[in-house]
Design a protein around this ligand. Structure first.
Ligand SMILES: [Zn+2]
Length: 444
């Protein structure tokens, strides 16, 4: 198949990516016009400058929450949704290159953001540029929309939704090929229950990971060890008491991990029965699909509910459990939360909302998914089926929008990691796919 991408487009895309990577755009303190810090604002301005140089009309929110760039005309808007922020580089000494000076070595580009999401954004941008250069006439407006705090709380894109025109359909190049047509609802919450004077627990674990360690050094330590052994749960002993060990995985894959915090809670429930750990010991146990708590919650489109209880703090005053749930796309959220609230109330707990992201679901027989899948197959010859994810991309913030690329199957995932890198051949392949897909969706 003919590609619109020339080697000039490829080289220009790499040069543009270098310009963007040069801004260490992780979340910092707010400044005027820069709600998420000056480096993110600078990256947004750089992106808008690039788009403008390519011939797009641009608009930057004066408060610095978002920007967009448009080409073409018509009532419909085809949205391409990316983000200019990155996660911190961590200890720069761990990198083999300067994370903010993108470096090409042996056909691979290294730097923070080359996979997530500056590289994919640039790949899509130069794909459209290639169509423009080929004289393609768009029957609708193509609008690139850039958010600014995707790696944290999505406040920037929310301001876009409040102030700007909704898209008609679109893609988020911030995931994998082929198409992710369903992303589960993402609910983070707390279960808050009675405290106890029997023991205390303190820990600080993230919502979105299954904890691989849980330490205890309190009363009845010998009995707790015995209970762990009776369950067959692994733990290590040291001068500081014991550490239950498990296996960490992302919260969206919770049923495949081993949750050390739950295992400790089950042992504590045995040693201190009828206390605040009963909810875990007598009900939830280790089942991260939540069947013991809620029965079978699943749908055909997106699979099973997952529940990750990653943090349990116990004081004399209260017990607080931190909960991350990935809810199947066709399940009624409010009804599920009602059911959950009633169930945990049986153990003296109250439900407390923290953050909710509604699901994404664009059926596989929709025009959008059909055309994206056909393009992907035509360009690559790969027959991988469309995907479901427990993760979250900006696609879910927009109308008729799915995640599409830019990582090809088999490309190692370096997002958020040291030595973040992307093979240029793979990036160029993504550009070819984007150009063909965007042409089919906006000119036919
Ligand atoms: Zn991203």
């Amino acid at each position: 198949m003919k590609t619109y991408i020339t080697s000039e487009h490829q080289q220009a895309a790499v040069a543009a990516l270098k310009r963007l990577v040069a801004h260490p755009s992780n979340l910092e303190a707010a400044a005027p016009g820069a709600p998420f810090g000056k480096p993110i604002r600078a990256a947004l301005d750089e992106m808008m400058a690039l788009c403008s140089e390519l011939g797009f009309k641009t608009y930057t929110d004066p408060d610095g929450n978002y920007g967009y760039a448009e080409v073409g005309s018509g009532d419909k808007i085809f949205g391409i949704i990316g983000h200019v922020d990155v996660v911190p580089a961590g200890d720069v000494a761990d990198w083999s290159t300067d994370p903010f000076n993108a470096t090409v070595k042996d056909g691979v580009i290294y730097g923070r953001g080359v996979q997530d999401d500056k590289g994919p954004s640039v790949a899509a941008l130069y794909a459209v540029k290639a169509l423009m250069d080929a004289g393609v006439t768009f029957k609708e407006r193509i609008r690139f929309i850039f958010g600014t705090d995707e790696e944290t709380l999505w406040r920037g894109i929310k301001v876009y939704q409040e102030k700007e025109a909704p898209i008609t359909h679109g893609i988020a190049p911030d995931s994998e090929f082929p198409v992710t047509y369903a992303e589960k609802g993402l609910q983070q919450s707390y279960f808050v229950g009675p405290g106890t004077s029997d023991f205390t627990l303190k820990m600080t674990n993230a919502f979105n990971a299954v904890p691989a360690k849980a330490s205890y050094n309190g009363p009845k330590l010998a009995e707790v060890k015995q209970a762990l052994s009776d369950f067959g749960f692994a733990f290590e002993t040291s001068d500081d008491g014991i550490t239950v060990t498990g296996k960490s995985v992302h919260a969206m894959l919770a049923p495949t991990g081993t949750n050390a915090v739950l295992r400790l809670a089950m042992a504590l429930d045995k040693v201190f029965p009828d206390g605040p750990m009963s909810l875990i010991g007598q009900c939830f146990k280790e089942d991260a699909t939540g069947v013991n708590l809620l029965g079978n919650v699943e749908d055909e489109a997106s699979g099973h509910l997952t529940i990750n209880i990653s943090n349990i703090e116990v004081s004399e005053k209260e017990t607080r459990m931190q909960v991350d749930m990935r809810i199947p796309v066709t399940v009624d959220h409010d009804q599920l939360i009602d059911q959950l609230s009633q169930r945990i109330a049986e153990y003296g707990y109250q439900y407390e909302d923290f953050d909710y992201l509604a699901p994404l679901y664009v059926p596989t027989d929709s025009d959008l998914v059909q055309k994206l899948m056909a393009t992907y197959r035509d360009v690559t010859g790969d027959t991988t089926e469309p995907q479901v994810s427990g993760g979250a991309t900006y696609a879910r913030t927009m109308n008729q929008c799915v995640a599409f690329g830019a990582m090809l199957p088999g490309v190692p995932d370096y997002m958020h990691q040291v030595d973040e890198q992307w093979e240029l051949d793979k990036m160029f392949k993504a550009m070819t796919i984007y150009a063909e897909a965007i042409k089919r969706l906006t000119t036919e």
